[in-house]
Design a protein around this ligand. Structure first.
Ligand code: HEC
Length: 236
């Protein structure tokens, strides 16, 4: 028993110093910056077209992918998750978490951090709050914003957020890079049409083309998705 006090002292020293040893590390790639606590280990991979790295801690991994995104990640049908679209330093972004907290998914998707590169960060089966705390520190471009992002209030709505809506409903027939079933929806074409024109076009009834294919007509009840989608398409 004579060693017990010593053991306690050593224990309290190590538990204190553990806390104090955690500092903040900075990450930067292209237009993207964020901070993460130093108890996460950072590893860079060799990507071919896309930059890939990851952060890991206690078996949890946050993947960081940065590059040109095509095909879009939400082209596939949505899973049963919660979403939220917010603006980060002028760019539209989607946050996604699983409804079931135990499933521990948290992702952030910024399709266009500039005219060419997108960011996708995600983890699975980890501590969602820990991960969101890192996402909250994301800054884009020359941002000097001091406050962290507010990314609570995930929505479980019938109509998906605008970016998801666009990738599901429009990119099944259109591409931003070439003519597919419909004309190429590149930035120049979209800008030349104008926001109001595009909005009216989206809600209007279209003529059927060859083989009965026609551009989709969106119902007015999806207006919150459409408005967010327009915000995304016309972001600077
Ligand atoms: C089923 C396939 C299909 C889907 C889904 C689809 N489109 Fe189209 N879209 C077309 C085709 C085909 C055309 C060319 C024929 C035409 O102009 O009607 C077209 C034309 C367009 C045009 C050009 C119109 C013009 O007059 O120049 C725009 C803009 C457009 N689509 C936007 C969208 C948006 C936004 C969505 C998602 C809400 C969407 N489309 C979904 C097939 C599709």
């Amino acid at each position: 028993m004579k060693y017990l006090p010593l053991v306690l002292i050593i224990f309290s020293i190590t538990s204190c110093s553990k806390q104090e040893n955690i500092s903040i590390h900075h990450f930067e790639i292209g237009k993207v910056k964020f901070n993460y606590p130093s108890d996460w280990t950072f590893t860079e991979m060799e990507g071919i077209d896309t930059y890939i790295s990851y952060l890991s801690k206690n078996g949890d991994t946050i993947w960081i992918e940065y590059g040109r995104y095509n095909p879009k990640i939400y082209k596939n049908p949505l899973q049963n998750n919660l979403f939220r679209q917010i603006t980060i330093d002028g760019k539209e972004a989607i946050f996604e978490t699983s409804k079931n907290k135990q499933a521990g998914l948290a992702s952030v998707y910024i399709p266009k951090t500039d005219s060419t590169s997108g960011l996708y960060m995600y983890n699975k089966k980890g501590n969602t709050q820990d991960v969101l705390d890192i996402y909250k520190t994301i800054k884009l471009g020359k941002s000097i914003r001091k406050e962290s992002l507010i990314i609570n209030q995930f929505k479980d709505k019938k109509s998906p957020p605008g970016i998801v809506f666009y990738e599901n409903n429009c990119l099944s027939c259109h591409s931003e890079y070439r003519f597919e079933i419909g004309p190429q929806l590149d930035q120049k074409f979209i800008q030349s049409k104008g926001k109001l024109w595009l909005k009216n076009y989206i809600y209007s009834k279209k003529q059927s083309m060859e083989y009965g294919i026609q551009c989709s007509q969106i119902e007015k009840q999806d207006s919150s998705s459409v408005n967010q989608m327009l915000k995304y398409l016309f972001q600077k």
